[in-house]
Design a protein around this ligand. Structure first.
Ligand code: ADP
Length: 154
């Protein structure tokens, strides 16, 4: 049973993130999407709505699970028994940033490896902060986020 953790802020979870999960499903039996909660960080979308949104996206995939965590990513991996951390790469700056995090994670917890998936060309310019900016300015985010209505405050 190969379990991978896909950690991130997912504020919000975009079609780019979605594509990474589908790529990873070819390699892992189970994928945990872990929403990291940093108490010093402000999020645009409520945690409950982010969970609800991601659950809806993968409702046909019982082997894709969603959770939140407030600890080191490697500690959360141990808790859920994930052997790998899954991350996405859009460009070389993602690579530089991700490489240092992966090296640190490996140094503090040698059994846990990070595995990277390259984003498809069509998703390579997509990032959550641009989506937040668009959403705040009432632009239509539906080309970039599936079921965006689930993210709206109720
Ligand atoms: P974090 O705050 O941890 O960087 P994000 O939610 O921004 O969390 O991203 C989570 C992961 O998804 C990161 O590995 C990031 O590089 C990757 N990612 C973000 N957007 C895309 C995209 N459009 N295509 C592929 N991977 C992406």
């Amino acid at each position: 049973m190969k379990k991978g953790l896909f950690p991130g802020s997912f504020d919000p979870f975009t079609k780019g993130h979605e594509a990474i999960v589908f790529k990873a499903l070819n390699l892992f039996d189970e994928i945990y999407i872990g929403i990291g909660i940093n108490s010093t960080k402000k999020y645009l979308f409520d945690t409950e709505n982010r969970i609800k949104h991601i659950k809806e996206l993968f409702k046909k995939y019982p082997n894709v699970k969603v959770g939140t965590y407030q600890k080191l990513t490697v500690e959360y991996c141990k808790e859920i028994k994930a052997s790998h951390i899954i991350r996405g790469l859009r460009n070389s700056s993602d690579f530089e940033y991700e490489k240092s995090i992966a090296n640190m994670n490996n140094a503090i917890s040698s059994g846990i490896e990070t595995i990277f998936f390259l984003s498809d060309e069509k998703h390579s310019a997509l990032n959550s902060s641009i989506i937040r900016e668009m959403y705040t300015n009432k632009a239509d985010i539906s080309p970039f986020v599936s079921f965006p209505n689930l993210l709206a405050k109720n």
